[in-house]
Design a protein around this ligand. Structure first.
Ligand SMILES: O=P(O)(O)OC[C@H]1O[C@H](O[C@H]2O[C@H](CO)[C@@H](O)[C@H](O)[C@H]2O)[C@H](O)[C@@H](O)[C@@H]1O
Ligand SMILES: O=c1ccn([C@@H]2O[C@H](COP(=O)(O)OP(=O)(O)O)[C@@H](O)[C@H]2O)c(=O)[nH]1
Length: 471
């Protein structure tokens, strides 16, 4: 394969401290290192009201990291505004939270044009371009407008909604048109791909002309489901080694032999944290024998605090956890430990391993890597039980989990009780099936599968082959 160009809103640049990168960063860096290439995106900084300086380029081995600042207006309209107050809620089925504004939409398309103008001079004719996530949907159309004929792929990390939900967004036609400028569209699950195909059809934008082959706006392109994985073997290794980490040791001592239930999520309304706390409270109410015998640790780093819905949630969840602790806790037992700080992944691995239950109950999630990490971190001799929302992309793969509907508080409470009493033999059987899957479909496999399909020539649909055979 020729040189690889990755573009994403956030870029994971290796730091001097050697901080452990997430699985996605590890896989993309490996692919970039192999083929040589560039990873471009936003620096995370604002240039205020001044035009951003030229790209800051840093070389690490075979990879050039290219970062740009954005003006404050751009950050507000593109990132906080359209990406996180329109596309994010719509794609997570939260029509009630979408705040559509023309200014934000214009800002979103303007910043994509800006990224395209900064990227285009770096591109060679045979480079393969891989664009990531909902922030950058219009990027390929902008690059095509500038005459680029390269292979361009897009991977959506979040869910793709059904046609009726998408249509609520006033600019859905423009968004769908932008997607047709790619050569390959990758979704997390078969359900997201099905939703995309039905959006094309329902809105009369295009057609599925063969399995996973689409035609729209005069272009033919492919779509597929590529479920993102984690670096399974490395994560299992972190978990084994983490037992001796001081923070993990302290956590183990402080739970004093109680069963640990663990939840780890960015503070985001899509993660179902409120419903989860309700389910935990219900579980304790229904199973009073467990009072004082369990601890629920919820690790929840703050996220996107500039967006009003996220800011409001910070207070609501803290109050809810405080109320439950006040109502049920005793002088020597705090039922919910609620932490707003981010924890490094090697330590997190050790905490997952302490958890008898991994409680992962998003109301809607593209994949949810925490679910996969929880499984990878378990002790094969005494694995914990994953309680997983059926609305997480991960539920399409992790069939050994106890699948729940997170809106069904009683059902989730029952699953917690069932998990805590599950016999060892059943826990091991369920865990092994999930672990085997995660080892086979890890993040490197995900990356390779996507890039293989992106670089392959598009096979013509059967009807076109037949036409060509007729003299
Ligand atoms: O960059 P932020 O605004 O701080 O948000 C963090 C990331 O959140 C989203 O993650 C998604 O990607 C995961 C990996 O594929 C997936 O497991 C999860 O279900 C998604 O929500 C977002 O898509 C990323 O772009 C953000 O960087
Ligand atoms: O304190 C924390 C909380 C989360 N994570 C990591 O953040 C990622 C969250 O990914 P996920 O797909 O579950 O959700 P997202 O936040 O991307 O929507 C996982 O790799 C976690 O290990 C972390 O490193 N420290």
């Amino acid at each position: 394969m020729s040189r690889l160009i990755v573009i994403s809103n956030r870029v994971s640049v290796p730091d001097k401290k050697g901080t452990a990168a997430g699985g996605l960063a590890v896989a993309l860096r490996a692919a970039l290192e192999e083929h040589g290439g560039i990873w471009m995106g936003w620096s995370g900084n604002s240039s205020g009201d001044k035009e951003p300086e030229p790209l800051v380029m840093t070389d690490h081995g075979n990879i050039t990291y290219a970062l740009t600042d954005l003006t404050q207006t751009d950050v507000e309209e593109y990132y906080h505004g359209f990406a996180n107050r329109v596309l994010w809620p719509i794609c997570h089925y939260r029509l009630d939270l979408a705040e559509y504004g023309r200014k934000e939409m214009d800002g979103y398309f303007r910043v994509n044009r800006f990224f395209a103008h900064r990227l285009a001079p770096l591109i060679k004719p045979d480079d393969v371009i891989w664009v990531h996530d909902y922030h950058l949907i219009p990027l390929a159309a902008e690059l095509r407008q500038m005459g680029l004929k390269n292979r361009i792929g897009f991977f959506l990390h979040i869910p793709w909604p059904p046609a009726d939900v998408l249509a609520i967004m006033p600019v859905h036609q423009e968004i769908m048109r932008s997607l047709s400028a790619y050569d390959l569209l990758g979704f997390q699950t078969d359900h997201d791909l099905e939703n995309f195909a039905s959006c094309l059809k329902r809105e009369e934008i295009g057609d599925e002309i063969g399995p996973g082959l689409f035609s729209a706006h005069g272009r033919t392109f492919r779509g597929g489901a590529y479920s993102i994985g984690i670096e399974t073997a490395a994560f299992a290794d972190f978990a084994r080694k983490a037992a001796s980490h001081s923070m993990v040791r302290k956590a183990r001592q402080s739970i004093e032999g109680r069963d640990l239930i663990i939840g780890v999520d960015r503070l985001d309304y899509s993660k179902g944290i409120t419903q989860r706390i309700e389910a935990f409270e219900r579980f304790l109410g229904d199973n009073p024998a467990y009072q004082r015998r369990v601890t629920y640790l919820q690790v929840t780093p703050k996220s996107r605090s500039e967006v009003p819905e996220y800011e409001a949630m910070q207070q609501a969840v803290a109050e809810q956890a405080g109320r439950v602790n006040g109502a049920i806790g005793t002088v020597d037992w705090v039922p919910i430990r609620y932490i707003n700080r981010s924890i490094s992944r090697p330590v997190l691995a050790g905490l997952y391993r302490l958890g008898k239950i991994g409680l992962v109950t998003p109301l809607r999630d593209g994949m949810n890597l925490v679910a996969k990490e929880y499984v990878a971190a378990q002790d094969p001799d005494d694995p914990g039980v994953l309680v997983l929302s059926r609305f997480a992309g991960a539920a399409r793969e992790l069939k050994g989990a106890l699948l729940v509907n997170p809106y069904d508080i009683e059902g989730t409470a029952n699953a917690i009780a069932r998990g805590l009493t599950m016999p060892l033999e059943e826990r091991q059987r369920r865990w092994q099936s999930m672990m085997d899957h995660l080892l086979e479909y890890d993040v490197v496999r995900w990356c390779n599968d996507f890039l293989k399909d992106l670089t392959e020539e598009i096979a013509p649909p059967v009807n076109q082959v037949t036409l060509r055979l007729v003299p």
